[in-house]
Design a protein around this ligand. Structure first.
Ligand code: HXC
Length: 510
């Protein structure tokens, strides 16, 4: 018996070493942690339960039968984050470069199946050379099995990908189908074809970092949702994110203890909106002043900064924030901001996270680049996402809500539950100057008359009361009391029940 026990320990010890000390040292030398060290940091202490530690590949080509390391390049299992269950897989670059074989894929699929069945998030740590070259089509089949599970899990359990090394070729499509992608600066990259192929096909010379590093994907492509300095920071941020999310689509998001007065008055908000309607102000100030303890978890901070997305808590409950940012492009909607916000709204709706929309939007960005790029279809994504969402929706218009963008930004007409406006709100088809130039074209040569018409238009529409008279605004509120009003609104909506008509699925303008 003793021998068997010590054999088990020996086998475990060997499995834990992955590809061996030399490769572990090389991994550390690049500033990267090993697959197991990452899991340790991600999960609560001693909470990790491993599956399939002794699984080995079955390949017999290219002399592979002589190297069959236990675990086959991926560590899988489950554990907890602040006491709440998650499933995890972590690719081990020290074993065949973390490449994905048939059995490696089966290990990932096993925990994904369990996550879907048992209703807990899946966190995938990616550090892999892609398809295990020695296995050929068996490896491609393995990827497709993972892809299919990503699709089945979508909207059922949250899926988070952390890219901590290479992720190339078709391998990128598994993270791409998950809800959030985090990357580590300088040590991770994602691309469909690498720099060499790019050079051959398009003659462009580009480094891996330029082509698919964290900066590229958080600032330019929007493939990734956050970029962090190193493995430790990225994993700590995943823990923070998980705290905001429900475990699955049948559960409500967690309620945390909060140490902040619901009725906290923020006098400074009364002067947040400048006198001059063309002067910007920082919408993030409103967000942090609304949130419990000023805690805001931003998603896609570096992309389409004219719209802000992220999570806060109100009375301990998770709330998704979508807010126009007047500091960037005057807060207008365009292709990128519409796509960014639409995806976020749909995530919230999948997982029963109420949405707070803060509006200061002068309209859609004009121009040929927008029209040629399909702003009609992309703008419709956000409109569609808001309109189909059945979660509690509270909207506060702080200043401009012009034109189609007024309708899009969670207006009453898209089933907004509480639509508030500050006294500074201007709800109109367009700004007074533009409106005057169209409806009083005949007077354009007469500056005095135009000024009078503009003033008349402003008096009539540069306020929230026309909309409030019609019931499109439920209440005009004091800026300083916004936290209290919004928190009470969400509290009243906790048992909201709204269903869309039966359909197989909708056909959102993709
Ligand atoms: C088998 C692999 C491997 C792979 C790396 N290794 N990638 N083994 N299959 N795909 C092994 C190496 O042989 C090496 O083994 C060890 O992992 C570390 O690799 P190095 O090359 O020494 O590391 P590094 O210099 O850091 O380069 C990492 C790398 C490079 C950029 C990922 O290894 C690389 O280009 N690999 C091939 C990538 C690739 O073409 N993959 C297929 C893509 S197609 P030893 O024993 O020497 O330590 C694809 C399709 C998916 O993935 C389709 C899904 C639909």
């Amino acid at each position: 018996m003793k021998d068997i026990l010590s054999e088990l320990e020996d086998r475990r010890e060997a499995a834990r070493l992955g590809g061996g000390q030399k490769r572990i040292d090389a991994q550390h030398g690049r500033g990267k942690l090993t697959a197991r060290e990452r899991i340790e940091l991600l999960l609560d202490e001693d909470s990790f339960e491993e599956f399939d530690m002794f699984v080995a590949h079955r390949c017999t080509d290219f002399g592979m039968e002589k190297q069959r390391p236990a675990g086959d390049g991926v560590v899988t299992g489950w554990g907890t984050i602040n006491g709440r269950m998650v499933y995890v897989f972590s690719q081990d670059f020290t074993v065949f470069g973390g490449s994905l074989s048939e059995t490696h894929a089966q290990k990932i699929c096993k925990i994904m199946d369990m996550a879907i069945q048992n209703g807990a998030p899946v966190i995938g740590i990616n550090d892999s050379g892609g398809a295990r070259i020695q296995e050929g089509v068996a490896s491609l089949a393995g990827y497709a099995e993972v892809f299919q599970r990503n699709i089945m899990a979508s909207g059922v359990v949250p899926q988070i990908s952390v890219i901590m090394g290479p992720c190339a070729g078709g391998a990128v499509y598994s993270p791409a189908m998950t809800d959030f992608i985090f990357m580590v600066k300088d040590t991770s990259y994602m691309f469909v074809t690498g720099p060499d192929v790019v050079k051959t096909v398009t003659n462009e010379v580009v480094t891996a970092e330029e082509l698919g590093g964290a900066s590229t994907h958080t600032k330019k492509s929007s493939v990734a949702d956050g970029a962090f300095e190193n493995d430790v920071e990225a994993l700590a941020e995943v823990r923070r994110l998980v705290d905001f999310l429900p475990l699955n689509n049948r559960e409500k998001p967690p309620v945390r203890p909060f140490f902040d007065e619901t009725s906290r008055i923020e006098a400074s908000l009364d002067t947040l909106v400048p006198e001059n309607p063309n002067t910007p102000y920082d919408m993030k100030e409103l967000i942090t002043k609304l949130a419990d303890e000023g805690d805001f978890y931003e998603i896609q901070e570096d992309f389409a900064k004219n719209i802000i997305t992220g999570f806060v808590r109100l009375e301990g409950q998770t709330v998704g924030i979508v807010a126009n940012q007047p500091m960037v492009l005057a807060g207008c909607l365009d292709i990128d901001s519409s796509r960014k916000a639409a995806r976020f709204v749909r995530f919230c709706d999948c997982f029963e996270i109420p949405i707070l929309t803060l509006v200061d939007v002068p309209g859609f960005l004009p121009g040929t680049s927008q029209e040629y790029g399909g702003v009609i279809k992309h703008g419709a994504k956000l409109l569609f996402a808001y309109g189909e969402a059945t979660v509690p929706k509270v909207t506060v218009i702080t200043r401009k809500a012009y034109g189609g963008a007024y309708d899009v930004m969670a207006s009453k007409h898209l089933r907004g539950d509480f639509n508030y406006a500050w006294p500074t709100a201007e709800i109109a088809v367009m700004g007074a100057k533009g409106a005057t130039e169209i409806i009083h074209r005949a007077d354009l040569a007469d500056a005095e008359k135009i000024a009078q018409h503009t003033q008349d238009y402003e008096d009539r529409f540069a306020n929230p009361f026309v909309a409030a008279e019609k019931g499109f605004i439920d209440e005009v509120i004091q800026p300083k009391s916004t936290r209290k009003r919004v928190a009470r609104a969400f509290a009243s909506l906790r048992n909201k029940s709204l269903k869309n008509p039966w359909k197989k699925h909708d056909n959102i303008p993709l």
